[in-house]
Design a binder for this molecule. Structure first.
Ligand code: MLT
Length: 389
């Protein structure tokens, strides 16, 4: 008998960070430990009722029981266009400049298929969402990590990208408000990044999953009000974090018609779109009363303050996040990120994410997610304090 072997690209593929953390969490929980997760960024609050009700009604509509449109329903793409206009003052053509995604992760993961060939360079932030680099490497592209360090306010130094890599790069991924550091980026940085990409024929892929979760003054503005952005950039949005809809799997990308068309070529061959009822509910989310988003921000703002105070009391070094719902915290001296997080899990029953899960520049850090109910968050902070003592 000859054993079957998975493809080399699968053998070489690292396990998905949060699936691995889940596995470890379950292992420790099976020993009877009460686990509190400050790991994955999965909002604990329910989806607002008007969105759930829209899904309930839409699920009864037989039109939604058939294949959805590949590019997303016209009502949802139109709602995206209106949301862009209201939120950013930017006009978007729903017919050609929007594609609905099975969560922004799907579009991000498939973008390298559309824009990078084997051997091409893809530029990714380090630390950064693991999907950018892993899914680029999976199709044989080379990954260049752009370090985000505290001294540069977690903005990459574009001038430090080696000339030959910059010249043959195809995609640059950026993400602000930033996961995992909580940093935001000033407008001038986006201008610099766009000019860099335009000069070299690079597609600037902006992961805007946290665009609505902000606490400071640098509220995200769409890149599409900068000249030339439409041909060289694409923005990925998710309803997951904005409307507490991680489980629903719905997001969208906005870009020039040529970029959306290239993404659709991949997508139509690969999946059959988002369940129509979920798309109808997404219309309710984007077009409905946005005060639910303000309430979500207020909840995270209060937790942010609580966690900042507790971390300061415990003597941790960190920058209070300007956006997203994560704290990026220095690991105490003498331990690696992985050791520290493992000890926190084993000894305190608290899940935090090791910085190295986001890339080598994450060594020396761990990430706390604020997506945990208030009482459990307090309990976790108390346990952390005891663990450190
Ligand atoms: C995170 O915690 O970084 C994200 O929620 C993970 C994900 O979107 O898969």
């Amino acid at each position: 008998m000859k054993p079957i072997e998975p493809a080399r690209r699968i053998r070489d593929l690292p396990k998905y960070l949060f699936a691995e953390i889940d596995r470890k969490k379950k292992e420790v929980a099976s020993r009877g430990v009460d686990i509190i997760s400050l790991g994955i960024g999965d909002p604990d609050q329910p989806t607002p009722p008007h969105i759930v009700e829209a899904l309930r009604d839409a699920a009864r509509n037989p039109v939604n029981h058939r294949y959805p449109d590949y590019e997303g329903s016209l009502p949802l793409r139109t709602a995206v266009g209106k949301w862009y206009k209201d939120r950013f003052g930017v006009a978007v053509d729903p017919a050609t400049e929007v594609v609905v995604l099975i969560g922004s992760k799907e579009g991000i993961a498939h973008l390298p298929h559309a824009y990078a060939d084997r051997g091409d360079w893809v530029l990714v932030p380090d630390p950064g969402y693991p999907v950018y680099g892993i899914m680029s490497a999976m199709i044989g592209a080379q990954v260049h990590r752009m370090p985000l360090c505290e001294e540069r306010a977690f903005l990459p130094d574009l001038g430090a990208i080696p000339g030959e890599i910059a010249a043959s790069a195809k995609i640059m991924f950026l993400n602000y408000p930033n996961n995992p550091t909580g940093a935001s980026a000033p407008r001038e940085f986006f201008e610099e990044a766009l000019a860099f990409c335009r000069e070299r024929g690079i597609l600037l892929a902006l992961d805007c999953a946290y665009s609505e979760i902000h606490f400071g003054h640098d509220v995200y503005r769409s890149i599409f009000d900068l000249p030339g952005a439409r041909e060289h950039a694409v923005e990925f949005h998710s309803l997951s974090k904005t409307y507490n809809m991680t489980g629903w799997r719905v997001g969208f990308a906005v870009g020039g018609a040529a970029v959306i068309d290239a993404m659709l070529k991949v997508k139509t061959n690969l999946d059959s779109g988002v369940f129509g009822a979920v798309q109808d509910a997404a219309v309710a989310a984007l077009s409905g009363d946005q005060s639910c988003v303000e309430r979500t921000r207020a909840i995270f703002a209060a937790r942010r303050q609580r966690v900042a105070q507790a971390l300061t009391r415990m003597g941790f070094r960190f920058r209070t996040p300007e956006g997203a719902f994560y704290f990026w915290v220095r690991v105490p001296e003498g331990r690696t990120s992985a050791q520290f997080c493992m000890q926190m899990l084993e000894k305190a029953g608290v899940v935090v994410t090791p910085g190295t899960g986001f890339g080598p520049s994450g060594e020396g850090y761990f990430r706390i997610s604020l997506t945990c109910p208030d009482d459990r968050l307090d309990e976790a902070l108390g346990r952390m304090q005891k663990f450190l003592a």
